[in-house]
Design a protein around this ligand. Sequence first.
Ligand code: PLP
Length: 401
Amino acid sequence: MSGSALYDTFARLPLAFERGEGSWLITADGTRYLDFAAGIAVNSLGHAHPHLVAALTEQAQKLWHVSNLYEIPGQRRLGERLVENSFADKVFFANSGAEALECAIKTARRYHYARGEENRFRIITFEGAFHGRTLATIAAGGQKKYLEGFGPKVEGFDQVPFGDLKAVEQAIGPDTAAILIEPVQGEGGIRPVPAQMMKALRELCDRHGLLLILDEIQTGVGRTGKLFAYEWSGVTPDIAAIAKGIGGGFPLGACLATQEAASGMTPGVHGTTFGGNPLAMAVGNAVLDIILEDGFLDEVARKGLLLKQGLAAIADEFPEVVEEIRGAGLLLGIRCKVPNTALRDAMSEEKILGAPAGENVLRLLPPLNVTDGEIGDALERIRRAMQALAPAPAMAEAGRG
Ligand SMILES: *Cc1c(COP(=O)(O)O)cnc(C)c1O
């Protein structure tokens, strides 16, 4: 037996925080860490944002939970605001990313079922994808390490190589219902899907009567400098899942769909106990109050560029540590030549947090309201971390001679 009462599923760092203030996390002994992981893109407005704290505490004194057997005004309001600001006509609220995506998958399957094509349930997905840890979403993600030992894989997912349009075309058959893709692969290592590819996938969907499902759980709600990452490509999906950033730290996910795509989701076919409860809705609406403020998203894009340019300069300085800087907005990745966990640990020594991802990438996902000063501070810390990892200059000189 291990020393803890908890499942041993997480490789946790020996680090605990007592409180947070904006872009900072603070341990019990008062040590301050610059939080450029933000709960993996969850703390979209940093920690203890006064507007979010006020919204949550005000709601907490009125009503925590009622069942979806009743009207929930905050849910109507958040739904309408998401619809007004997206491709969608309809919204279903859930508590997590995987749950939002389960709803997206069910919505796509029911769409074809309702049109009399019940065998049309297969969904094309991409290598390197991450869609969550439920049985259906590990099947969608297709990663062996997450599927192993959990019995038969949920049927109906066909995976093709990332960026391979030919393979997508070849995978389309009479039973194909949809294509599911992250506009930027997050856990996969901040791999953006080029706009051309998004356009081509949309065309394929239109030509074959498929639905385009976007997993915007990490990219959505302002992370890339637009409310949704699909806006960069000019392509709109039929269905999208969001989560992480919309709750600002409160568990909240949502499935967005066009009227047509949601047409199979009739009364009683799907449900949730907690999804869309008044506490979550109060916080979700408060998050949107700020992210939808005039100019907020432009600032995210500008700060993303500032951080990316700073990282590029550091990358030039430490070519033995950095392979590449990639990503958009405040969803950035440092592809490393040293192990990404070594960079994470060196950064941790400098009291700055980042989140490892696939392809040996270290992700930087600061709160969207991070300040220019904090970005400058972060760059200094990252530079010092790289210095600690790079071979000593004297030795490098000797090596060259
Ligand atoms: C985090 C994430 C998920 C899973 O969300 P959970 O809330 O952990 O269920 C799914 N897809 C993407 C792209 C994610 O980043």
